[in-house]
Structure formats: C-alpha cells, structure tokens
Design a protein around this ligand. Structure first.
Ligand SMILES: Nc1ncnc2c1ncn2[C@@H]1O[C@H](COP(=O)(O)OP(=O)(O)OP(=O)(O)O)[C@@H](O)[C@H]1O
Ligand SMILES: [Mg+2]
Length: 246
C-alpha cells in the first residue's frame, strides 16, 4: 500500500525545550492510526508538525509524497484542530458553506456533501442555529463535519471524540472505518482507550517518546496483557525503568 505519511527521525520542540524525541512513523493508505497519550505527551505538536505548521528541529516529514510544508498539500488534508476554529456569529450551515468553498468543493456537490457530513455527526437538525449557541460537543462535531466535507484522501483529527457521547462515537467510528475501507488515510489523536481499540495501528506516546507502536493485536501479544490500557501502563513502566538507569 502507498505510504501517506512518513515521519523520519523527528525531533521537535519549542525554543530550547524538547517536546518530541526520535519519532518515526509510517501511515499507509487505507489505514487508521491513533496517537494515544496523556495530556502534554506531544500529540498536538506531532500533528502540527505533520501539517507543516511547525518546522522540525531535525528530521523530515513527507505527506502524500511531498515534503512538508507545502501549500498545495493542505487542499488534500481534512484537518480538525484541537481548538475549534469556527465563525460563531454564523450558523453551522453558513460555516459549512464557507469552509466548503474555501476547500474548493464544487458548488453543485456542496449541498449533498454537507448533508452527508452533517448526518455523520448528527447535526442535521441544528444546522440553522448560530454556532455561538452550540454546546462544546456540538462545536467539536461541526469541526469534524468540516474536516470530512471535501472528501480528502487524508484526515488528520486532533481529539475528534472529545465531548461526544458513546452512541455518536460509534457512529463516527463507523464512518471512519468506511472511509478507510475506501482507501482514505486517517491519523487521529486521543486520550481514550476505546478509540485506540478501534484503530488499525497505534503509536503510544509519553513525554514526547514513542513507547510502543504497532497493531493492537501485536501490542497485546508483545506485552502479554489483556487490554490496550495495560499495554500503555506496562510500556510506561518500562520507559520509567530505562529513564532511571540512564
Ligand atoms: N506553543 C507552545 N509553546 C511552548 N510549549 C508548548 C507549546 N505548545 C505545546 N507546548 C508544550 O509541549 C508539550 C506537548 O504539548 P502538546 O500540546 O503537543 O501535548 P498533547 O499531547 O497534545 O496534550 P493534550 O492531550 O493536552 O492536547 C507540553 O509540555 C506543552 O506545554
Ligand atoms: Mg493536544
């Protein structure tokens, strides 16, 4: 399968602080990779670097066979930032139209794609409300609908399931699996182990270091534990032991 994202020997940080150390990551077409780790682990920093919003301190990032940063790439990525970037004085429908036009969705397809994206996140009945009157979870769902709108080959979703109830979470996962089956690549971040269990590939990140990587089945076998959460905890203890020995 074609490689969609290739991160090689990445070191990243802000000013003199190091936030990510020696990250190597490959995501292939049709695959869902979840970056899982606690708050402050470096997930958003990694996603922002893959998007080309932060220049690596060292190492390289390639997306869809193109070196990052590259302006043309942005049209091929459905990006959902951790912080919603919505026009709160506009309605949800107006936001969808605006971003659809920005992302070059042809006018003739906009209504149909909007309806589909809104249905995936259960916002079909709330599209004419001003976003200012939306709850936090509704704003997350609208941001996800915007990321899906242009039907891009790559989705990069930073905490897409925050503030989303279990039933809708399942519906969203169904859609993500459908997209992956159709050959799209999906990179997402999460704190939640339930999300990790849905992904094809995992990268567990703690303190800016990838402590475990692979398919859920491979990790369960390698660490000989019953759950993905246990893999994370065990890999964390291994990391702590190494750090103490350094
Ligand atoms: N713009 C910034 N300037 C300086 N330090 C930053 C900046 N953004 C993040 N950091 C630091 O980098 C580290 C990793 O932050 P990051 O946002 O990547 O973590 P995260 O895994 O996404 O956390 P969360 O789950 O809370 O979103 C943290 O220690 C954070 O304080
Ligand atoms: Mg984050």
């Amino acid at each position: 399968m074609a490689t969609t994202i290739q991160v090689t020997d990445l070191n990243q940080g802000y000013g003199k602080t190091t936030v990510l150390s020696d990250i190597n990551l490959t995501v292939t077409a049709g695959e869902i990779l979840a970056l899982i780790g606690p708050s402050g682990a470096g997930k958003t920093t990694l996603v922002s670097t893959i998007m080309g919003m932060l220049r690596p301190k060292s190492g390289t990032v390639r997306v869809l066979d193109t070196a990052v940063p590259n302006r043309a790439l942005l049209a091929k990525i459905g990006y959902m930032a951790q912080t919603d970037a919505l026009y709160t004085t506009l309605t949800a429908r107006e936001n969808l139209h605006f971003f659809g036009t920005m992302m070059g969705v042809p006018r003739a397809q906009q209504d149909q794609q909007m309806a589909h994206a809104a249905a995936v996140v259960n916002l079909d009945h709330d599209l004419d409300k001003a976003v200012a009157d939306y709850s936090g979870g509704m704003k997350r769902r609208l941001s996800l609908a915007i990321a899906l709108l242009a039907d891009p080959p790559l989705l990069i979703l930073d905490e897409p399931t925050v503030g989303i109830d279990p039933e809708l979470r399942q519906q969203i996962w169904q859609e993500l699996h459908r997209l992956a089956d159709a050959g799209k690549t999906i990179l997402l971040t999460t704190h939640v182990m339930e999300d990790a269990e849905e992904a094809d590939e995992l990268m567990m990140i703690r303190g800016g270091v990838a402590i475990a990587q692979g398919t859920p089945a491979k990790l369960l076998a390698e660490y000989q534990v019953p759950t993905i959460e246990d893999v994370f905890l065990k890999a964390g203890r291994v990391q702590d032991a190494h750090t103490r020995n350094d």
